[in-house]
Write a protein that binds this ligand. Structure first.
Ligand code: NAP
Length: 334
């Protein structure tokens, strides 16, 4: 089949996207980034992958967040991204900011998981082959490995940059003290951490409570949020039951038991407040994160262009009154 030629929207940088600088770096990122963890692998049709990726790029979402094991099946989100590179994105490579990661189980045996130099180097080579790229813009250690000397993991990241296979490095989900050591180690080798990636949303404040958001900011790193919508919980998706095509219906990474009466009461309260602000619950949840200027970007997952469209509207209303902020906290205690 002959693929249609992709002509990106000429107004992609004038369509309302706002770019924020990642810490003390030269890189600006769109406040909304697109994550390919779910919905972009081999269980999805390529035409849908393409539709969502083009829709995002056409609206200034130039950052695509991947990892070796995104799919499902493992590797297939990167393969689909590689197909996009070959069929439409190649002329726009220098407009794109592409990240990948290694840290979770990827292939069998002792070298396909965690944080050894051997695993990180081999995994990045595989990711580049799948994505049809010469380099990634950002490569992350996907998680802290308590059994590998941290110096080994971090030196592998430094050497990956020196070898030209990544322009920047990042850390994902590191505990506070490991993060502190890592920021110092990387900075001392002139490969400072560009982004710290962690889960943060209205229902999960761990990066604030642990101090890692403050630490990253003080170290000059940007901070990028994953699961900003708590995998879809912080949207109108589950207010009236569990739709058959939803992530919760799969019961794989978002489990049904979280949706008890207390949670529903809270979500309905938040949804009503969002309505008063002229927003959907998804929009308000993203605005609430992005009102904090230390948050460089939020990585949204999406299963349709309509969801991306909705989420983009969050950027139109980032301000919250003190009363609204207090009401949010009260609603979450109910
Ligand atoms: N570093 C890490 O360890 C790590 C871990 C997890 C994720 N991540 C990254 O973060 C990205 C985002 O994570 P996530 O997918 O959990 O993010 P999320 O944005 O919290 O959840 C995405 C899901 O929410 C639903 N949704 C999104 N927008 C919606 C809207 N406007 N209205 C109604 N429902 C909406 C969709 O669910 P349905 O599919 O049900 O429609 C979508 O699949 C991942 O793709 C990945 O890049 C990183």
């Amino acid at each position: 089949m002959i693929e249609p030629v992709y002509n990106p929207s000429p107004t992609r940088y004038d369509a309302g996207m706002i770019y924020r600088r990642a810490g003390r770096s030269g890189i600006q990122l769109p406040m909304l980034s697109l994550g390919l963890w779910h919905n972009f692998g081999s269980h999805q049709t390529f035409s849908k992958v393409r539709e969502m990726a083009h829709y995002a790029f056409d609206r200034g979402i130039v950052h695509f967040d991947l990892a070796n094991n995104y799919g499902p099946e493992y590797g297939t989100a990167e393969e689909n991204f590689g197909r996009l590179m070959e069929t439409s994105f190649r002329p726009y490579r220098d407009e794109l900011f592409v990240s990948s990661k290694a840290g979770y189980d990827m292939w069998p045996g002792p070298y396909g998981n965690w944080g050894s130099r051997k695993y990180l180097m081999a995994s990045l080579d595989q990711s580049l082959r799948r994505m049809k790229l010469d380099y990634v813009d950002l490569f992350y250690s996907h998680r802290y490995d308590p059994a590998t000397p941290l110096e080994e993991t971090l030196q592998a990241l430094v050497d990956i940059v020196r070898g030209g296979k990544a322009l920047y490095v990042g850390l994902s989900r590191y505990p506070l003290e490991a993060a502190r050591f890592a920021f110092d180690y990387l900075a001392a080798r002139d490969v400072p951490c560009l982004l710290f990636q962690d889960r943060y949303n209205l229902l999960d404040r761990t990066p604030v409570e642990s101090g890692v958001l403050d630490l990253a900011t003080a170290a000059g790193s940007g901070f990028i949020v994953f699961s900003p919508l708590a995998q879809g919980l912080l949207t109108n998706r589950y207010l009236n039951g569990i739709p058959a095509d939803s992530r919760m219906a799969e019961d794989r990474t978002l489990h049904r038991d979280i949706l008890d009466e207390t949670m529903l009461r809270r979500l309905r309260g938040l949804d009503a407040l969002a309505g008063e602000r002229g927003q959907t619950l998804a929009e308000m949840s993203l605005s609430w994160l992005l009102r904090d200027e230390r948050i460089t970007s939020v990585i949204i997952g999406a299963s349709s262009t309509a969801q991306i469209e909705d989420n983009l509207r969050a950027l139109q209303r980032l301000d919250f009154s003190p009363e609204e902020l207090t009401r949010i906290e009260t609603l979450l205690q109910l």
